[in-house]
Design a protein around this ligand. Structure first.
Ligand SMILES: Nc1ncnc2c1ncn2[C@@H]1O[C@H](COP(=O)(O)OP(=O)(O)OP(=O)(O)O)[C@@H](O)[C@H]1O
Ligand SMILES: [Mg+2]
Length: 245
């Protein structure tokens, strides 16, 4: 099935972000094709969330460019960037807390109603994730894992042309984590969109991402397939020795 609104590539070029005297990252360049899945790994505080915040327009970069397809979206406001099609999920949950699951989904859909397109059949995902049974409950009363999956499904309701996922597996029980794989497969099957995924669960990274980059001390330490990158001694020293529970 070809999506009504085509997916777009994401390219960042020489991107830097500084908070006062703190250089979080400096001169980062990445290219993710319209149908690519790229993993970003790195130690706590490496700047992964800040990178997502800059790409999606929640923070302005200190230098560098962000392109969605051919379009320069650098420094555009978050709402504008999401209208153009970059949709992000959050490391913590991000639902409208007292609103029901159904209301949350309604708001997410309405947010991008102007974009149209065929029905995505999100009910299938809601059923699989166990959210259908909680449709009328306030989202903040759901177990954390369900809130997290609701946040992801809401992102899809906005019909992304490129998807940014900030630690989709964080806070999920190990047995729940395959739901993230299923979510990514679903997004790609229905919308064909590329995905940039920040994640600490290396098994999930290996399953989902044909390409990964390692962010460390504000620069890209390594890039390549998980097999290549995760066996490098400098990556093990900088990150993997301390990564996983
Ligand atoms: N708004 C801000 N103002 C000042 N410093 C910030 C701000 N946001 C993040 N930082 C700093 O930037 C650095 C990178 O933080 P960030 O949250 O991007 O890391 P991360 O790689 O996502 O870490 P984690 O794996 O723990 O989620 C940290 O030193 C953090 O304290
Ligand atoms: Mg983070």
């Amino acid at each position: 099935m070809s999506p009504a609104i085509p997916a777009l590539s994401l390219r960042i070029d020489g991107l830097s972000k500084q908070f006062g005297g703190l250089k979080v990252f400096d001169g980062i360049s990445l290219d993710v094709p319209a149908d690519g899945v790229m993993g970003v790994i790195g130690p706590n505080g490496a700047g992964k969330t800040t990178l997502i915040n800059v790409i999606c327009g929640m923070l302005a970069p200190t230098a560098g460019k962000v392109y969605l397809g051919e379009r320069d979206v650098t420094g555009q406001a978050f709402h504008k960037v999401s209208q153009l099609g970059i949709v992000r999920s959050f490391q913590q949950t991000n639902t409208f807390r007292s609103a029901s699951v159904e209301e949350n989904l309604y708001r997410a859909k309405r947010f991008n109603a102007s974009r149209g397109g065929q029905d995505l059949g999100l009910e299938e995902l809601l059923e699989e994730f166990g959210l259908m049974a909680h449709l009328h409950e306030p989202s903040d009363k759901l177990p954390y894992g369900l809130q997290k999956m609701l946040g992801l499904v809401m992102g899809l309701a906005a019909r992304p042309r490129f998807l940014l996922l900030d630690e989709p597996g964080a806070g999920l029980e190990r047995r729940e984590r395959p739901q993230v794989d299923r979510f990514v497969q679903f997004a790609r099957a229905k919308l064909g969109c590329g995905v940039l995924v920040v994640e600490h669960d290396m098994e999930m990274v290996r399953r989902l991402c044909p390409h990964i980059v390692v962010l460390e001390s504000g620069r890209l330490l390594a890039a390549g397939s998980p097999q290549e990158v995760l066996s490098r001694q400098d990556v093990i020293d900088a990150y993997l020795g301390i990564a996983e529970e």
